[in-house]
Write a protein of this length. Structure first.
Length: 274
């Protein structure tokens, strides 16, 4: 199983790590840490050195209750960052974390190789057609509602079945547009309770088995760890590591992580266990 990223074949037969780079002032864990060029390049170098196969750069916070920023502001945050990273590390594979088609286009034209869309095309009707034109892999994420409302009483009759049905319908649309490389993200924390998140985690294998597509697990330091343990995101590395192992057992192909070294260690030990 592999995806083609601007001429580079990314092998997903073994789990890889996607390093999280938020160039935002208000992300739930690392907001404001990488808003200047020097700190962004330092973190990029650190993640790549520690084994990240790709870096996911985002300029608009999607934490629960996050306020929407303008397109111009999002572009101002991400495009210089993409250009700076690729100038310093020309072999790096970058993903653009955005729900806007225009930002996806500008990012890919600046060198990004993957589009990571939290809204699955629901917040910008032009996104799917844009990805098809750009001919890049697409990360399809499930979210109930929008970031400003998604955690206000999320409800499902059967969260696993409903997310699976959602993926089936969206994949049909994407395939119809000629989009070949699709990665599935069940959207932990995006319109889900703690119980919903754990139901999805223990059933990740269902999505991979039924749909035969790579699965991305975005668990890192999220509320599904913090709420049960009564801790803050800064204290959630141990819990993240524990759930990363579960995600691997359930067939995850990509771990989206703030802490690359620790995620890589889990993968290495898991491979020995297999």
């Amino acid at each position: 199983m592999s995806i083609l990223c601007k001429g580079q074949l990314l092998d997903l037969s073994r789990t890889i790590v996607m390093g999280i780079l938020n160039v935002t002032p208000d992300s739930f864990f690392d907001g404001g840490k990488y808003s200047d060029k020097a700190s962004l390049l330092h973190q990029s170098e650190k993640m790549l050195r520690e084994g990240a196969a790709m870096l996911d750069i985002g300029g608009a916070s999607s934490r629960p209750g996050a306020a929407e920023i303008t397109e111009a502001e999002e572009l101002r945050r991400v495009i210089p960052g993409i250009e700076a990273i690729l100038k310093e590390f020309p072999g790096a594979i970058l993903s653009i974390d955005t729900w806007r088609a225009s930002v996806a286009q500008a990012a890919v034209e600046s060198g990004a190789a993957i589009v990571n869309d939290i809204s699955a095309g629901s917040l910008d009707a032009n996104m799917f057609e844009m990805v098809a034109r750009l001919e890049v892999p697409y990360i399809l994420m499930h979210m109930q509602g929008a970031p400003d409302t998604m955690q206000k009483s999320p409800h499902y009759e059967d969260v696993v079945t409903e997310v699976l049905d959602f993926f089936i319908k969206k994949i049909e649309i994407l395939r119809g547009l000629g989009i070949k490389d699709i990665v599935l993200d069940p959207g932990f924390g995006f319109g889900k309770t703690v119980e919903h998140n754990f139901a999805l985690l223990k059933n990740l294998h269902v999505f991979q088995t039924v749909l035969d597509l790579p699965i991305l697990a975005g668990i890192s330091r999220k509320s599904m760890i913090c709420k049960p343990l009564g801790i803050k995101p800064a204290e959630a590395l141990n819990g993240t590591t524990a759930l990363h192992l579960v995600a691997l057992q359930q067939g995850a192909s990509i771990l989206r992580a703030h802490d690359v070294r620790e995620a890589m260690e889990v993968i290495k030990l898991w491979e020995l266990l297999k």
